[in-house]
Design a protein around this ligand. Structure first.
Ligand SMILES: Cc1cc2nc3c(=O)[nH]c(=O)nc-3n(C[C@H](O)[C@H](O)[C@H](O)COP(=O)(O)OP(=O)(O)OC[C@H]3O[C@@H](n4cnc5c(N)ncnc54)[C@H](O)[C@@H]3O)c2cc1C
Length: 396
């Protein structure tokens, strides 16, 4: 990114006496940056870590998402198999299953305040061709021993309170959560370690390499010298380094939330080939997101404003498919920036021209389902252990 002379408080402080120092500086305090910090501290509690965040912890996509913790990726499992082959698709699925297991064991624990619900998610079809694809997907998954249930129209109507769908499947190992409470808990855990500081309102402008092989990180508040830096910027990656321009695309997503209604839904749902999604929250409100396909050309970039076209489509969907919401009020609307990778899988690696600058991102709308395990994989890479090839940036 570029910064004006006038804003450049960090660059102006050239005296080394002004510099902070640490072993590892992490840029970005969303779920990915915090996950990396967590696994680094587990690896070596003596490491001195600084997390540098432009705004507040969780203010990026992490605090703006729908809270689905789903296995797999952005498309139905059958399409994942077509694209990558069954063996790799299964490996990808297991990677995200382990992500949830790790989250449960390490962060969520038995904490009921996180609104964690591990009872699965649904994928619903509103047309016969999509239902045929879902049935095919379910059969493939059953063959590979992935936990899935097939549902006819009566079952989904009764269990979800929805209308105008023709059938669906249930992914039995998925979950949902309050994403901000999750990330607050992660932050508490990371902060509880000695020598792990989170600096909010600290925008990183640039990372330079010193002749001695360390990095100097220039921020809006101070300079910090670090052995190693980690970029955990996901959708914002290309705004920081041009290198990511053809690898991680900033892609907007919009959400709407209604006033509370009595409990009707057994669990969160996807519809329309995973493009649209809705769930009932702990307090009875219904959250719905998606429909970026209506304004694909403009639903890109870094703005977090909502648009009339997509918000109207979200409302229309609720009126068509969830009878209990007829004429209910909308209480919240927002947008956030996701990082879509060129092939839909996360990217874990190091910058080719700055080998001590690592990165993790490109979660393609599924960071809750992927980032905790990807952060662990990044630490494996930093400590010279192997990582799965489908997340390795070496595939670029
Ligand atoms: C509307 C919407 C719905 C979604 N729904 C789901 C869902 O249900 N399930 C799911 O798994 N995923 C969902 N996602 C995607 C998920 O939120 C992301 O994949 C995940 O939050 C990415 O986490 P992150 O830490 O990599 O990025 P972010 O949370 O975006 O964090 C990056 C951080 O970097 C900071 N930053 C940027 N530039 C700088 C800089 N120069 N210096 C310092 N800091 C900087 C930003 O302020 C930000 O806090 C959704 C996303 C959106 C927008």
């Amino acid at each position: 990114m570029s910064v004006s002379y006038w804003l450049d408080k960090g660059l102006a402080k050239t005296a080394t006496g002004d510099r902070k120092t640490c072993d590892i500086a992490i840029v970005g305090a969303g779920i990915a940056g915090l996950s990396v910090a967590y696994w680094l501290k587990k690896e070596d509690p003596s490491l001195k870590i600084a997390i540098l965040e432009k705004n507040l912890v969780g203010s990026g996509a992490t605090g703006r998402n729908a809270g689905f913790i789903t296995c797999g990726s952005v498309e139905h499992f059958s399409r994942l198999c077509e694209r990558w082959g069954e063996a790799t698709a299964l490996e990808m699925w297991r990677f995200s299953e382990i992500n949830l297991e790790l989250l449960r064991n390490e962060i969520i624990e038995e904490d009921s305040t996180l609104e964690f619900d591990p009872k699965g998610t649904f994928s619903l079809a509103s047309t016969e061709p999509e239902f045929t694809e879902l049935k095919h997907t379910a059969k493939l998954m059953q063959k590979l021993d992935i936990a899935v249930e097939m549902l006819d129209v009566h079952a989904i109507t009764e269990r979800l309170g929805v209308a105008n769908f023709v059938g669906g499947i249930k992914y039995l190992k998925d979950a949902s959560i309050n994403p901000m409470k999750l990330v607050d808990k992660m932050t508490q855990k990371v902060r509880a370690y000695e020598n792990c500081e989170v600096f909010e309102n600290t925008e990183v402008y640039d990372i330079e390499q010193t002749p001695g092989g360390t990095t100097v990180i220039k921020t809006s508040q101070f300079e910090i010298e670090s052995q190693v830096a980690v970029l955990a910027l996901n959708g914002y990656s290309a705004s920081f380094k041009k290198y990511f321009a053809d690898k991680i695309y900033p892609t907007r997503g919009q959400i709407m939330v209604t006033e509370p209604v009595p409990k009707i839904m057994e669990g969160p749902c996807y519809a329309n080939f995973v493009l649209d999604y809705f769930r009932q929250l702990a307090d009875g409100r219904v959250l719905i997101g998606g429909f970026r396909q209506l304004e694909k050309a403009t639903e890109v970039g870094y703005s977090d404003h909502t648009t009339d076209v997509i918000q109207s489509a979200l409302y229309e969907f609720l009126q068509t498919h969830i009878p209990v919401l007829r004429d209910k009020k909308v209480t919240h609307r927002w947008a956030g920036v996701m990082g879509f990778s060129f092939d839909g899988q996360p990217l874990v690696g190091a910058m080719p021209d700055q080998p001590q600058v690592y990165f993790v991102g490109g979660f393609t709308g599924h960071g809750l389902g992927l980032a905790f395990h990807s952060g662990k994989a990044l630490v494996d890479l930093m400590f010279d252990r192997s990582i799965p090839s489908f997340i390795s940036a070496k595939r670029i």
